[in-house]
Design a protein around this ligand. Structure first.
Ligand SMILES: CC(C)(COP(=O)(O)OP(=O)(O)OC[C@H]1O[C@@H](n2cnc3c(N)ncnc32)[C@H](O)[C@@H]1OP(=O)(O)O)[C@@H](O)C(=O)NCCC(=O)NCCS
Length: 134
């Protein structure tokens, strides 16, 4: 198992496969992807989990976290998220945050993220901003 930085095209591949397989590839691209740092976890040279980190001053947002469906629940996502939180800290990030899908709140709590009061819905899904100060 190995975690490395990847290019945005690799991140797109997995985002598309896991999150929105029925939409065009363009749908999963972010305007900011050129500004992001993309990370991937490989198992036997196969990309199984991706996440993208966007740093703005001392704040870091992670977005588009996805693990191949058949590899979910095996701890890969947790390893990748741990890595990215540490990486953000090393880069001087003081506050890390994400738009969490409601059904992922308890998952993110395990990493010390807390629910803020800010909630919204997008594409029929409910989200809450979760955050963690250094
Ligand atoms: C969210 C996501 C990236 C997590 O990745 P993952 O690789 O499945 O993450 P993990 O395997 O580390 O953890 C998933 C669950 O399995 C559990 N788990 C981890 N290792 C385990 C193991 N060895 N045995 C049993 N359970 C385990 C974790 O505790 C976690 O449980 P929880 O969801 O009840 O909190 C993945 O579910 C995904 O791609 N979902 C679809 C896209 C999505 O929703 N993205 C996030 C938007 S906010």
């Amino acid at each position: 198992m190995e975690i490395t930085k990847i290019n945005k095209e690799k991140a797109w591949e997995l985002r598309h496969k896991v999150m929105w397989p029925d939409k065009d590839l363009d749908y999963i691209k972010l305007e900011d992807d050129d500004l992001g740092i993309h990370f991937g976890l490989f198992k036997e040279n196969i990309l199984v989990s991706v996440i993208s980190l966007f740093i703005n001053n001392e704040e870091g947002q992670f977005r588009k976290f996805a693990t191949l469906e058949q590899e979910q629940g095996k701890g890969y996502g947790s390893k990748l998220l741990d890595y990215v939180i540490k990486e953000a800290k090393d880069r001087g990030v003081k506050r890390i945050w994400c738009n969490a899908r409601e059904n992922k709140v308890n998952f993110y709590k395990k990493f010390g993220l807390e629910e803020s009061n800010y909630r919204f819905t997008k594409g029929g899904k409910s989200y809450v901003i979760m955050e963690k100060d250094k």
